[in-house]
Design a protein around this ligand. Structure first.
Ligand code: SF4
Length: 261
């Protein structure tokens, strides 16, 4: 769930619309109660930057208290201080921190201090287990060894590899860089669990413990305008309004099946 489109960074590869749209707290909690009753495993909050959602801490606490859903979120990390970490501790099961490369590479992409990010990782580590996300392109692939070492030293347990998706004006990952990423994965001997998004997984050695759960059975995305999509990259979907989520899921499944035939 993209709680808000607000973000104070301006990464070139960003696909989130730069608008002030945000989901309403009461509607989010209503959808999450419904998903919980349907047997969903968990919710991942994102954005934009989810820590800029005004009631983010209260929302995570609510989900942990009122549902059986696991809670994770993806963040650039720069707003997580001691106070927010304390507020989220016990309510969040996993944090994903975006870290595209290290040092100057990171700073040229995110326009934030890399040492400042490392300081934030100490607070993030105190919340729960965390992983690091790296958008893979020609600038970040050469840093991947060092990024994995930095992440492991900071206490991360997972490295999520995200081959760059084309967005307006920014090209997707090239075949040459993708080939380099496959070789890097084959050679990796570190302790981090390596993960990749399903859409980019072809050609990588993957292990899926829930093989019947693919596509919409495994994942659906709700953007900050309340549109249900099969992926966060999808341009169209089903506007949910303020009602139940299930008819929207059925409609989206139906539309996807029609497109396949
Ligand atoms: S931090 Fe995330 S949401 Fe913000 S601009 Fe960068 S990629 Fe987009």
């Amino acid at each position: 769930m993209a709680l808000t489109n607000r973000c104070d960074l301006a990464c070139a590869h960003c696909y989130a619309p730069k608008s002030r749209d945000a989901l309403r707290f009461d509607i989010v909690t209503q959808w999450l109660a419904e998903l919980d009753s349907l047997g969903a495993f968990g919710v991942g909050f994102g954005g934009g930057e989810p820590t800029l959602y005004p009631e983010f801490e209260r929302l995570c606490q609510h989900v942990a208290r009122e549902t059986g859903l696991s809670v994770s979120f993806t963040t650039h990390g720069h707003h997580i201080d001691e106070g927010l970490a304390e507020g989220l501790s016990g309510s969040v099961n996993f944090v994903r921190v975006s870290m595209d490369g290290v040092g100057e590479t990171y700073e040229s992409i995110r326009r934030r201090s890399f040492p400042a990010l490392l300081a934030r990782l100490k607070h993030i580590r105190s919340i729960c287990r965390f992983g690091v996300n790296v958008v893979i392109n020609e600038r970040t692939l050469p840093d991947l060894n060092e990024a994995a070492i930095v992440a492991e030293d900071a206490g991360a347990c997972e490295l999520l590899l995200l081959p760059q998706i084309p967005v307006s004006g920014v090209p997707g990952i090239t075949p040459y860089i993708l080939h380099g990423l496959r070789r890097w994965v084959d050679d990796y001997r570190g302790a981090l669990k390596l993960c990749i998004n399903e859409a980019s997984a072809e050609g990588f050695p993957t292990c899926n413990p829930l093989i019947e759960e693919r596509g919409l059975r495994a994942y659906a995305h709700i953007d900050a305008m309340g549109v249900l999509k099969h992926s966060s990259y999808a341009e169209t979907g089903i506007p949910l309004g303020e009602g139940s989520l299930l008819p929207g899921l059925d409609q989206l499944a139906h539309d996807l099946a029609e497109n396949d035939t």
